[in-house]
Design a protein around this ligand. Structure first.
Ligand code: SAH
Ligand code: SF4
Ligand code: F3S
Length: 470
């Protein structure tokens, strides 16, 4: 079996790219071994897992969804809130148990938890059964580490947070819709957030490399790309580019659907809005995290905008981008959030009538400024606020979805519906999930669907005999 060359540029500052080539020896060691991969957290991790899977497959490993059969278990972890960490820790308990009496059962921790010093300390002291800890910046080191590991036990973190890695291969989950990294890291340092510490400084990929990747995906038959960054509108600031220029170049590739996440309200320019409005293949959907509707709290969060500025931007988007759907993220119970601060958040939700929102109770993250702020609100009160907020959010999500009842919409059908295996599912241009009654051969097509039922989180619809993509 021939192992494809894995060409990975390790250093963007040098003119000549340095490459690691995987040798066929690797496959001799790993042939017929199995790996189990579990992913926690956001789209970044989901996409990183596609790179991990690609490495594993190229090394000769076979993926299994039965952890008992695995020789290597990889947990791609998230650290954003305590409950994300708890899930990983719980699962590690199971891994530890399975590892008893087995020499060929290796545990790899990847993702954001492996970038936290306290986690590494814990691993060194308490969880020595973990074999490899790999950072978020250096997934490309995994093959080398695995090879070492099958000889000797090491716990080592490799991290090089100022690199932009090009030429990564991805074993993508979908054949129709692909994630494309446009940048890494985050510089915003919102006071509650761990991401700048786990993902490093903001650094952008070169525009040509991104556009080439999109063209390649289009040639392979992909209909949709989602441009990924913690803060996509900051794209290019480090390399003299702009997100609006990038969007325009990606739109001109002619790929059918373009999405991007996440947008920060702080540097969302008029040009970006104009480009989104100008191109039909840029989807009218924006995820625009609010976090709080109170200026007092926004300031303490270091969000860099006021409620008024947010609302102004929101209004502009609604006016200039026809039919745009906007969703958001909101944190309740930030340190010092009073009942009236919270009321202001509810007020913004009433004004914006969001299409949907992810809502969270503030979770203190070690090492962030907010973890040290005085917080007098009891958890019970925070839970009540969350409940109240969710009621309101669901009300507007439902209201917006009802508007689509009996309407015809275009849906990119991605696969079998999870709820009902006889149905298929996909997303509208505005990113609404639709369970569709229709033949299986519409999977992988953009089709017309008539909406027959609308709920808060999804829609039902019937396929109309017309394939838009053909
Ligand atoms: N880059 C994105 C968000 C990434 S994290 C942005 O700036 O919008 C996703 C969401 O998790 C955040 O928007 C925030 O609402 C939430 N979050 C982040 N840190 C949190 C914390 N410590 N406690 C509770 N929620 C948090
Ligand atoms: Fe975290 Fe703020 Fe960066 Fe988003 S913009 S990843 S919330 S620091
Ligand atoms: Fe979690 Fe890291 Fe994403 S902390 S939310 S996986 S960037």
């Amino acid at each position: 079996m021939h192992l494809p060359d894995m060409k990975i540029a390790k250093d963007r500052s040098s003119k000549e790219n340095k490459y690691i080539d995987l040798k066929e020896d690797y496959q001799k060691v790993f042939k017929d071994k199995k790996f189990f991969l579990r992913t926690y957290g956001c789209q970044m991790n989901v996409h990183d897992s596609e790179a991990i899977r690609s490495y594993m497959e190229q090394l000769g490993f076979i993926e299994t969804n039965k952890i008992e059969d695995a020789n290597v278990v990889i947990l791609n972890t998230c650290a954003i809130r305590e409950n994300a960490r708890d899930k990983v820790v719980g699962f590690l308990g199971k891994c530890k148990y399975l590892k008893k009496n087995r020499d060929d059962f290796k545990i790899v921790i990847a993702g954001c938890m492996s970038e936290q010093e306290d986690v590494i300390e814990d691993i060194r002291r308490k969880h020595q059964y973990i074999d490899i800890v790999i950072g978020t910046h250096n997934i490309y080191e995994l093959p080398k580490l695995l090879l070492q590991e099958f000889d000797k036990q090491v716990v080592e973190v490799y991290s090089n947070s100022d690199e932009v890695i090009e030429g990564m291969n991805y074993a993508r989950d979908s054949k129709y819709s692909a994630w494309v990294n446009i940048m890494y890291g985050c510089d915003k340092f919102c006071t509650y957030c761990i991401v700048p510490y786990t993902r490093g400084r903001e650094r952008s990929r070169k525009l040509e490399n991104i556009v080439d990747e999109v063209k390649e995906l289009k040639n392979k038959g992909y209909l949709e790309v989602t441009l990924l960054g913690q803060n996509v509108n900051a794209y290019g600031r480090d390399i003299g580019e702009t997100f609006s220029h990038l969007l325009e170049c990606v739109a001109q590739t002619g790929i059918k659907r373009i999405r991007f996440v996440t947008s920060h309200p702080w540097n969302f320019t008029d040009e970006m809005i104009d480009v989104i409005a100008k191109y039909d293949n840029i989807m009218p959907y924006i995820h625009l995290p609010l976090q709080s509707g109170s200026n007092n709290i926004l300031k303490k969060m270091n969000r860099r905008y006021t409620k008024e500025e947010y609302l102004e931007l929101f209004k502009k988007m609604k006016q200039r981008i026809p039919g745009v759907a906007i969703t958001t993220d909101i944190i309740v119970g930030f340190p010092g959030e009073s009942a009236s601060d919270f009321e202001e958040t509810l007020d913004v939700v009433r004004t914006c009538e969001y299409d949907g929102a992810y809502t969270f109770i503030f979770s203190p993250r070690k090492g962030t400024p907010a973890a040290l702020m005085e917080d007098n609100t009891p958890l019970k009160e925070k839970e009540e606020r969350l409940y109240k907020l969710n009621e309101l959010v669901n009300f507007y999500a439902n209201k917006n979805n009802q508007k689509l009842l009996n309407k015809e919409v275009e849906v990119l059908i991605l696969g079998d519906s999870e709820k009902d295996q006889d149905k298929v599912y996909g997303y509208t241009d505005t990113m609404k999930l639709v369970n569709v009654e229709g033949p299986k051969d519409i999977i992988g097509h953009i089709v017309k669907v008539k909406i027959t039922a609308a709920k808060s989180f999804s829609l039902d619809g019937d396929y109309i005999e017309e394939k838009v993509t053909n």
